[in-house]
Design a protein around this ligand. Structure first.
Ligand code: PRP
Ligand code: MG
Ligand code: ZN
Length: 210
């Protein structure tokens, strides 16, 4: 049995479950159960917070996982990557209040920026020669400017509707991301064989989608 970790709720959840279903793998999905065994393939699905997935896969608590590259690179666990999956594409962007006067990245010098991605943001600011104070929070980042926590935010943008709903405008793109399949690096032979079978089906689904 292979253990797959996917996001419990969020942008990647539906896309991840759809991939498994399109692979012809059946399971009972109740929103309250955080673990489910598939009925026609040796796979068990764990529903977790996306930020916890790279760590669980690195430690072998889960054998494989589907997670955004943004989370994987933020946590410095790129070495777990098996392959990019081509869905749940998004970007990590800097945003400021709609009414703010913003001309260039240097406007962020000395400002407070709220984000859940301090490492990706710091690398970008260093590259741009900008010195700002990064304030790390774990969620609801888009609320930060309106409550006086920060002048700017850096968070994931997909459709852009969360930014709009919170009166923000996107000003810089920091990182491009999509869903990736990751795996523990010391999988025993029998689990590696199940992973090979799963990958065979994933590739067939990807070809059919094109
Ligand atoms: C991201 C981000 C925004 C939302 C943006 O959350 O934090 O809330 O997606 O999407 P939109 O541009 O389509 O409105 P994510 O699903 O990555 O989950 P998490 O931040 O709760 O981990
Ligand atoms: Mg998260
Ligand atoms: Zn701070």
């Amino acid at each position: 049995m292979l253990r797959l970790a996917i996001q419990k709720s969020g942008r990647l959840s539906d896309d991840s479950l759809n991939l498994i279903r399109e692979c012809g793998i059946s399971f009972i999905n109740s929103s309250l159960k955080l673990k489910t065994a598939c009925t026609n393939f040796p796979l068990e699905i764990l529903f977790l917070r996306d930020d916890d997935i790279p760590g669980y896969v690195a430690d072998g608590v889960a054998d494989i996982g589907i997670v955004g590259q943004n989370v994987l690179v933020e946590e410095g666990k790129q070495e777990l990557t098996v392959e990019a999956l081509g869905f749940s594409k998004c970007r990590l962007s800097l945003a400021v209040p709609k009414s703010a006067d913003y001309n260039s990245i240097s406007d962020l010098n000395g400002k407070n920026i709220a984000t859940s991605y301090p490492n990706l943001l710091q690398a970008f600011l260093d590259e741009q020669g900008v010195q700002a104070h990064i304030h790390t929070i774990s969620g609801s980042v888009e609320i930060a400017p309106s409550i006086g926590l920060a002048e700017a935010i850096c968070d994931i943008v997909s459709s852009g509707s969360t930014l709009i709903s919170n009166g923000l405008k996107e000003v810089e793109r920091v990182f491009k991301s999509e869903a990736v399949l990751i795996a523990n690096q010391e999988l025993p032979q029998e689990k590696r064989e199940i992973l090979e079978k799963l990958l065979f089906r994933v590739h067939a689904v990807q070809r059919a989608r094109k």
